[in-house]
Design a protein around this ligand. Structure first.
Ligand code: CP
Ligand code: NVA
Length: 308
């Protein structure tokens, strides 16, 4: 069973094949209407369940469109509308879904839910975001970087802000694709120690620098994300804003990066909180390319999982 649960749990050679395939599929359908199926329809006859226990725009739509372009069918399900949200166990849900569908994508809160779904499912499971990681996003981000600037290996990537789930998948990608990752943010919002250990084990120790200007010096890529994630308590909002404000990505901060540095944000962005509108809409920004590449990268991930 080939699940796609996290970037550090997928073999680097497989990750590279996924990106190569994503680029090939994107190139092959360039300029066609979005609803046109691809020339090959590798998901013909396949049914994909897309389960959301949290809101989503990009993940929901890019997976749905992607399955259709590959010739398959989807059902988009809200966790709250399923018995899953009313006491049925994850294990039983996984066993039942396996009788109906060929592939499951789930966005949920606890990572344990994803892992239990994968353990009891007879069909592949894809992680569409948990509180802890967001691997599909960072596959699209690596693809986006390489489309614009060539191989990401040995590049300097700087994360400014909350050490959250999106950062975690960047850390996994640093270890797997071999780039240098710097974290700049307030100590109370540091990433999990496990991600430091993973990167150090891959010979790519994460650098921590509390000074955003020093951290960003010479960066090839600057990345940030929301200051309050979907799983964070709203009561923590004001404290987080105060802690994170020094790490806002501004044009002044970007001026310390390499002249051709890119800026990324997984979106949705809170303009003029974690990033100014000037940076979002400026020359460094590739945020909408990232959003588009979710579609292409996830099509390749689904084909990887199904071996088609
Ligand atoms: N970046 C991302 O996953 O966006 P959505 O929450 O809209 O799916
Ligand atoms: N860190 C954000 C990412 C949203 C795509 C969250 O978990 O809410």
């Amino acid at each position: 069973m080939t699940h796609f649960l996290d970037i550090h749990k997928t073999d680097p050679a497989a990750l590279r094949r996924i990106l190569d395939n994503a680029i090939a599929m994107k190139t092959a359908r360039a300029g066609r209407p979005k609803g046109t199926p691809d020339d090959t329809r590798p998901l013909d006859g396949r049914m994909v369940a897309l389960i959301f226990e949290k809101p989503s725009t990009r993940t929901r739509i890019s997976f749905d469109v992607g399955v259709r372009q590959l010739g398959g069918q989807t059902m988009v399900l809200s966790g709250a509308d399923m018995q899953l949200g009313h006491g049925e166990t994850i294990a039983d849900t996984a066993r039942v879904l396996s009788r109906y569908v060929d592939l499951i994508m789930i966005r949920t809160f606890e990572e344990a839910t994803l892992l239990e779904m994968a353990e009891y499912s007879d069909v592949p499971v894809i992680n569409g975001l948990t509180n802890r990681t967001h691997p599909c996003q960072i596959m699209a981000d690596v693809m986006t970087y390489e489309e614009h600037r060539g191989p990401i290996a040995d590049r300097k990537v700087v994360w400014s802000g909350d050490g959250n789930n999106v950062f975690a998948s960047f850390a996994h990608a640093a270890g797997q694709f071999g780039f240098d990752l710097t974290f700049t943010g307030p100590e109370p919002l540091d990433p999990e120690p496990a991600w430091f250990e993973f990167c150090a084990g891959r010979g790519r120790p994460i650098t921590v620098d509390r000074d955003p200007v020093r951290a960003v010096a010479g960066a090839d890529l600057v990345v940030t994300d929301t200051w309050v994630s979907m799983h964070d308590a709203q009561s923590a909002r004001e404290r987080r804003h105060n802690q994170l404000r020094p790490y806002q990505v501004t044009e002044a901060l970007m001026a310390h990066a390499a002249p051709d540095a890119l800026f990324m944000h997984c979106l949705p962005a809170h303009r003029d909180d974690e990033v100014t509108s000037a940076v979002m809409d400026g020359a460094h920004s590739v945020v909408f390319d990232e959003a588009e590449n979710r579609l292409h990268a996830q099509k390749a991930i689904m084909r990887h999982c199904l071996g088609v």
